[in-house]
Design a protein around this ligand. Structure first.
Ligand code: SF4
Length: 296
């Protein structure tokens, strides 16, 4: 192949679990782009790429990637693209790349609710396997403050719809999102939300103020205080304390996290709560990932 046929408008993000996936950039930017903590797509004007352009990319790359088993559709949230584009792209992937076993996509509550379980089930029939949903918090006040653009009820309904469509659901939440002041309220409400949302996979990441975002400015001017490392772990403990109804995989091993954890709940819940309690009480540095190694 003389030239790489995939055209990316950088930066392109994907969930850690899609590290080995082939990425097609179905949309550029985020259809919402207003969350106060997010700098991922700040410079990008949201647009859906033409299905024809994507079809050419899929056909051109297919012969060179016969061993690819997973595909991820970027940017965030690509699920907001019109149904006909999603259907065409998934059908094309299925035809040109028959070895692909799963296609993943970022989906926000708005796009999930707009599509509904019927459309999502259609996309599942065409090869879509998993929706990654950044819910970030289960606390109504925090959702409002960070301008997530969704109520708690709508986030829970979005999760229910993805499950009803028979798709895998991965839900991400953010430690530290409500700052020091509302730390416990955010953590406990988010734990209850996760238990209610019943995702296939849950993940807690640690919020990192990114220059250029409203959250970063608030940290700089002192109106927002980020919890420190121990307070972030305390949040994780509070979250787990509220997750007694949660069944399945729960990870807090993202590069942003101070104490990497891969849990299966409810099996690991009690022991992890005890571990967090003792690490926080003892300020046990030996258990933490140092800042230089957090890979941010
Ligand atoms: S957090 Fe998600 S929905 Fe919010 S602006 Fe960033 S990509 Fe868009």
């Amino acid at each position: 192949m003389d030239t790489w046929p995939l055209r990316y408008e950088e930066p392109v993000f994907r969930p850690p679990s899609e590290a080995t996936s082939l990425i097609f950039q179905l949309t550029v930017g985020c259809s919402w782009n207003r969350c106060t903590y997010c700098g991922m797509y700040r410079g990008k004007q949201y647009r859906v790429r033409p299905a024809e352009e994507l079809r050419n990319e899929i056909r051109s790359i297919a012969p060179a990637v016969k061993r690819v088993r997973r595909v991820f559709l970027a940017d965030g949230d690509a699920l907001a693209a019109p149904m006909e584009v999603l259907e065409q792209v998934l059908a094309e992937i299925g035809e040109a790349m028959p070895g692909v076993q799963r296609v993943g996509i970022y989906g926000d509550s708005r796009s999930i609710l707009t599509k509904g379980a019927g459309d999502l089930a259609k996309l599942r029939g065409l090869g879509l396997g998993i929706v990654y949903f950044g819910a970030e918090s289960g606390d109504p006040a925090t959702l409002k403050t960070v301008r997530k653009g969704a109520t708690l009820e709508r986030q829970i309904e979005a999760c229910r719809i993805v499950r009803e469509a028979g798709l895998k659901l991965s839900v991400m939440v953010l430690l530290g999102l409500a700052g020091r002041r509302d730390s416990e309220r955010h953590a406990r409400a988010t734990g209850r939300f996760l238990a209610n949302a019943a995702p296939t996979y849950g993940a807690a990441l640690t919020v990192t103020p990114v220059p250029g975002t409203e959250m970063h400015s608030a940290v700089e001017n002192g109106s927002f205080e980020l919890p420190d490392r121990w307070e972030m772990l305390q949040e994780l403990q509070w979250m787990l304390e509220e997750m007694d109804g949660y069944r399945g995989v729960f990870h807090a091993n993202h590069a942003s996290n101070y104490l990497p954890l891969k849990l299966r709940l409810p099996r690991d819940r009690e022991a992890t709560i005890e571990l967090l309690d003792s690490v926080v009480a003892a300020r046990d540095e030996s258990r933490l990932t140092p800042d230089w190694a957090r890979g941010l």
